[in-house]
Design a protein around this ligand. Structure first.
Ligand code: AMP
Length: 120
């Protein structure tokens, strides 16, 4: 899709620090890592977010992420997968991507600036 930064990575119009690639998916290191291991896994096909992705695409992406985790050696030590969706999810890049975070014990929480009790 035109003007989509991750489509440009798929098309080799801009470079990425590639971890793994197959016919349908790509994984590359996040430019601004938030953990010792911070990789983004994307489908080559453009979907705006997780909310728009067909289940069959996610099925392939799941297997691909498991392969990435093995390749970078976090499959046994553990890791976290996150997809930010839309405005409240804090999504910045509008091409479905799954964050793969690991390499250290990750903190849990700090999801909202407001009191969680007020979010209900
Ligand atoms: P999100 O907030 O979930 O949309 O995350 C977008 C992520 O993409 C951020 O963690 C950015 O650091 C990362 N990012 C943006 N541009 C690039 C790029 N060209 N190569 C690698 N990571 C990128």
């Amino acid at each position: 899709m035109e003007n989509c930064i991750f489509c440009k990575i798929v098309n080799r119009e801009i470079p990425s620090n590639l971890v793994l690639e197959n016919e349908d998916f790509m994984a590359f290191h996040d430019l601004n890592p938030k953990a010792p291991v911070h990789i983004l896994a994307i489908p080559k096909k453009h979907y705006e977010s997780f909310q728009d992705a067909p289940a069959v695409e996610m099925s392939g992406l799941t297997a691909f992420i498991q392969e990435v985790a093995k390749k970078v050696g976090v499959d046994k030590s553990g890791y976290r997968v996150i997809s930010n969706i839309g405005e409240n999810g804090g999504q910045e890049v509008k091409h479905l991507h799954i964050h793969i975070l690991g390499g250290a014990k990750l903190k849990w929480g700090h999801f909202s600036d407001s009191d969680p009790k007020n979010n209900l």
